[in-house]
Each structure stands twice: as C-alpha cells, then as structure tokens.
Design a protein around this ligand. Sequence first.
Ligand code: C2E
Ligand code: CA
Ligand code: CA
Ligand code: CA
Length: 274
Amino acid sequence: IKGDYARRVAYFDDALLQKKLEKNLIINEFEQALELGQIRIYLQAQTRRDGSLLGAEALARWIHPIKGLIAPDEFIPVLESAGLVHKLDLYVWDLAARQLAIWRDQGRDDLYLSVNISVQDQYYLDVYDVFTRLVEKYDLDPHKLKLEITETLFVTEMENHRYMLERLQAYGFEIEIDDFGSGYSSLNILKDIKADVIKIDMEFLQETVNVDRSWSILSALIRLIGQLHMDVITEGVETEEQVEALAQMGCQHFQGYYFCRPMPVDQFEKKYRI
Ligand code: C2E
Ligand code: CA
Ligand code: CA
Ligand code: CA
C-alpha cells in the first residue's frame, strides 16, 4: 500500500510538473513565436442558411516547430495568467486588418472579419485607439471589422465598458457579444448594451441533459434578440438538423463545423473562391 501511495504521489507530481513545464515553455517562447511568424490566424466562415459566405472569425493558432499546432485553449489561458494576451491580440488584429485590406484590393470589400477581444486587453491597451489606428493604417471601412467581446467583460465597470463600446460603434465598428448565454448576467447585457450582433453560445446546442429546455430558451432568445433589432449568430452548429431547427426559429446566420472548420487563410480563400 505504501509503495502504491508513493507511486501515486510521484505520478501526481509528474503531471503537475509537466503542466508547469508546458506553461513555462509557452511563456518563454511566446514573444519569439510572434517574431518568427509562428502565430497565424485561421478563418472560420459565418454563413447564411444556404452556406453562402458573410464573413469570418479570425482565430489564433500557434504553429510550433516541435509541438505542431497549438490550440488557443492551450495557450491563451496561460498568456492571460502571464499578462501577455494583449500582445497576441494586437498581433492577431493586425493580421486580420491586413487580410481585409488584401481582400478589398481584390474587389472583395463585401466580406468582414471578426476578431476576439480578451477581457484583459482593456488593462494594457487603449482599445479604441488601437482599432482606430488600424483602420487608418490599412485604410479600411471600420464596418468590416467586428469586435467580439464576451459577457464577462461587463462583470465589472459596466459604465466604462459601455462608454468605450459606444465610441467604437460611433466610429463604425460593429460589436458582437460572444458566448452569449454562458454567463449569469445575460439579460442585463441585452438591456444595457446596444450590440450589433449577439453570438449565442454553443453550449445551448451541446446540451445533452436538459435538451428540451435548451431548445425552448434558444427559440425565445432568437426571437427576443430580433425584437431588440440585433442580429443573431448561432455558434457551433454541427449538423443539418441543428441548422434546420435554428432556421425554423428565425436564426439566419451560422458559424460551425457543419459549414466550415477554422482553416488557414489560403485554404479558406480556395473554399470560398476569394
Ligand atoms: P470563441 O471565440 O468562442 O471561438 C469559437 C470556438 O469554437 C473556436 O475554437 C472554434 O474553432 C470552435 N468551434 C467553431 N465551430 C464549432 C463547432 O461546430 N463545434 C465545436 N465543437 N467547436 C466549434 P478555437 O479556435 O479553439 O478558439 C477557442 C477560444 O479561444 C475562442 O472561443 C476564443 O475565446 C479564444 N481565442 C481564439 N483566438 C483568439 C484571439 O486571437 N484572441 C483572443 N483573445 N482569444 C482568442
Ligand atoms: Ca469569438
Ligand atoms: Ca464564442
Ligand atoms: Ca468560447
């Protein structure tokens, strides 16, 4: 028994140590990764019911020479804990803006790109200043850049955030509330924030226990968001049946594996003949 206990402790220590090593690797190598161009954006389409393209969300990927593709869920929480995520975001926003400029020069100024804003960014950056400068740098129509913000941003300093968003919207940026419905203050957000787009969290579609309740909530949410004159996107659609049911409920815009997986820009351009 004693030996077994020692082994379990050793194993536990090993796993912890492994995690710590991985964390250190991410923190130590991240800024170099930016310089070496190992951070890329993948694009995932946002489409209509028939699959036709509206725009895309830019999602960060780390193409590591040894570890291969590292998903954001692995490195973003680590960057956040180290106070580095704003460096990722600055880089990703620039890549997205540059891509919009390329498409515009190719005559595709109908497409937009959505980028993610981390809750932490506001502590390190003047978000308004960064985005308005980007638009000037690439001579973009600000409407083509959509800013995705999660509900959790509003847990603190609601007034300040609302003011910042209103300035961004006045400049022409569109604001999307991401992961909507995953927090506990969703209705207040709907009441207080005049967002342009609400992205409904994919958890509603992935619910396996309270399925009927989830779908009832989805249906009511879609109607409610429409009545508030905001667009709705359902995220995480994976099957024809989901798309069909959501369309019946009045959802017109979709993002999910059913239509398009996140993919490198060149593949995305091929798929959609850009
Ligand atoms: P998110 O903003 O909610 O992005 C949607 C995530 O859902 C993406 O994961 C996407 O690949 C995944 N997804 C899309 N459709 C489906 C589907 O049909 N089924 C399933 N199971 N998943 C689907 P990804 O790319 O791994 O990104 C995870 C999260 O990392 C994002 O969640 C976002 O919060 C964060 N993130 C990604 N890129 C950035 C970035 O540049 N900056 C910041 N701050 N966060 C980022
Ligand atoms: Ca997002
Ligand atoms: Ca989301
Ligand atoms: Ca999410």
